[in-house]
Design a protein. Sequence first.
Length: 299
Amino acid sequence: KKKKKGANDPIKNGSLDEPPPPPPLDPRIPLTARQFFSIVKSWKGISRALEPTGVIMFLKLFERNGELLALFDKFRDMKTPDEQAESLELAEHASVVMNSIDEGIRAMDNVDFFFDLLHQIGGSHVRIPGFKKEYFWKIESPFLEAVKLTLGDRYTDNMDHIYKLTIRFVIETVIKGYEMAAEREVNENVQKLNSISERQHTGGGSSGSNITRSVVTTAAASGGHESNVGGCQDGVGKNATSFGGTTASVGGASGVPTTACCPVATPANCQGACPQIAGHGVGCPVALAVSGRGAGQLP
């Protein structure tokens, strides 16, 4: 008897195991392994046309959000779609943006790299004058429409769902990078203001530069007060000498200053003054032989 066709086919007979499903992705990614495989495969069609797809995306973006043109110095004056479509500057920018998205989509299975990449992209927008993080969402719809036009019939309902999940994940990650960069900038500005305030509170040299803080502790100092001798015009701050040294720390071999500046002006013995330190109760750094006053006493 003739055997039925396919009777010995191991696949049809179920004698061979089905291939195992792809391993699950990192749970931080909002796609299944199958969805990720589908978009990577589909994205190859976009990768071959990044620049024209990007131009379409920006044309649709500006068509609905003309006010965003003001953010782009190189093509802000191109008001009509024809001007924008022919702009080399816009094409170049569109290519840069699409290459960033391309790199991000390809890296989604390496989540830490994906986050680092898109956080940097988001953070780079913090210092763009007039830019707001909400503007990132305005690219979602133009992106999907541009991808649909490029892929044509290959853009199925299933792929539409996957692309929506993907671009929203990309935008959310970019916004997170923007927020982190903005917070860092605020903290840095606060630290700078605190530093300036502290320098003003503790005093500074007349030139405002070369500030050296010194906590005085010896008997030849200013009674334990925190003083500041940086920036003195006569040069004490240049070599970091302070009121906390020995009796000869700011003067010549005799211990009496010759060209240094003192906390306050003194007759004959000290040349120059540090007026910003006055009021902190500081005295002269060394005993003044002519006036007869000891260290730490006001002249």
